[in-house]
Ligand binder design. Structure first.
Ligand code: C2E
Ligand code: MG
Ligand code: MG
Ligand code: MG
Length: 279
């Protein structure tokens, strides 16, 4: 009887697993179709100088509106795209689109800014990534002044040696690099000193908890660490004036968050830049 039961359990787990796999497969196919049908979009979230409130940069964030016009969150489909390798094509598309858009933005506004583009691990490790960058360079796209790449801390931790080669190549091309979700990946501090990042993006989790004793201590420490390593610091996920004021008191220069702006389509962003009151 025990054996039969364990066989049943086995079947139960197997069919459950298959179901998840099926869902992922289905999501992957829909995503692939969305890419082919040009149904993916790039939205933009401004980055703000916490002292002057001026818009000093912008992060490109992918958006996928499905057949029923529902937005599927990137945190749901990016991992699927990663596992299936589809991220290589999606990432290349986001990069191309974001560079086109930032050139358009800079043409129509007095301010000149860079666009920050998220790069995921599979994309980063694929040879087509660096060749896309080099191709853009040879086409005279002014990457130095237009582009910042965001790479999450986990990527750097998991593949240290391999990744650092690519990071150095990018630095040689003059491209700015930001370490995204900083503080969530348990970076060893010695890594931090050696990797060629210009910017640390402090994860939202640390901003949320700043009013608690422990949370505050951690936030204070990582901002200080970043400053002492001479990194530019961006705080993600600022939602309240109190948070913004506190970060300003820590001399964190740049912030991003719903307090200022949510991510928005290109057109909306261009309109904001044209309104004198946005500062
Ligand atoms: P991320 O790069 O850390 O981007 C910041 C995320 O925080 C965005 O979520 C943004 O909408 C959200 N956010 C910004 N301010 C606030 C705030 O004040 N409160 C709250 N609650 N959230 C805020 P989003 O767009 O859903 O993206 C989630 C993640 O998906 C990104 O995290 C990034 O890791 C990934 N992702 C997005 N676009 C791309 C892409 O084009 N390529 C790759 N590889 N990953 C992407
Ligand atoms: Mg990011
Ligand atoms: Mg982040
Ligand atoms: Mg994130």
């Amino acid at each position: 009887y025990a054996k039969r039961q364990s066989e049943n359990n086995h079947c139960y787990y197997q069919s459950k697993l298959t179901k998840t796999t099926q869902n992922r497969l289905q999501l992957m196919h829909r995503l692939k179709q969305a890419l082919t049908d040009e149904k993916l979009q790039v939205w933009y979230q401004p980055q703000i100088d916490l002292n002057t409130k001026a818009i000093v940069g912008v992060e490109a964030l992918i958006r996928w509106q499905d057949e029923d016009n529902n937005f599927i969150p990137p945190n749901e489909f990016i991992p699927v795209a990663e596992n299936s390798g589809l991220i290589v094509d999606i990432g290349a598309w986001v990069l191309k689109q974001a560079l086109e858009d930032i050139q358009e933005i800079n043409q129509s506004s007095a301010q000149k800014m860079k666009v920050s583009v998220n790069v995921s691990v599979t994309q980063f490790k694929s040879s087509s990534f660096i060749s896309q960058i080099k191709r853009l360079e040879s086409e005279n796209v002014d990457l130095k002044n237009l582009l910042e790449l965001e790479i999450t801390e986990n990527v750097v931790m998991d593949n240290h040696n391999e990744i650092i080669l690519v990071l150095n190549q990018l630095k040689e091309l003059g491209i700015e690099l930001a370490l995204d979700d900083f503080g969530t990946g348990f970076s060893s501090l010695s890594y931090l000193a050696n990797i060629p990042f210009d910017t640390l993006k402090i994860d939202r989790a640390f901003v949320i908890n700043y009013q608690e004793e422990i949370g505050k201590t951690i936030l204070d420490s990582i901002v200080l660490l970043g400053k002492q390593l001479k990194k530019r610091i961006i705080c993600e996920g600022i939602e309240t004036i109190d948070q913004a004021e506190y970060l300003r008191s820590l001399q964190c220069e740049i912030g991003q968050g719903f307090l200022y702006y949510k991510p928005m389509p290109l057109q909306a962003f261009k309109e904001i830049l044209l309104t004198p009151t946005h500062q």
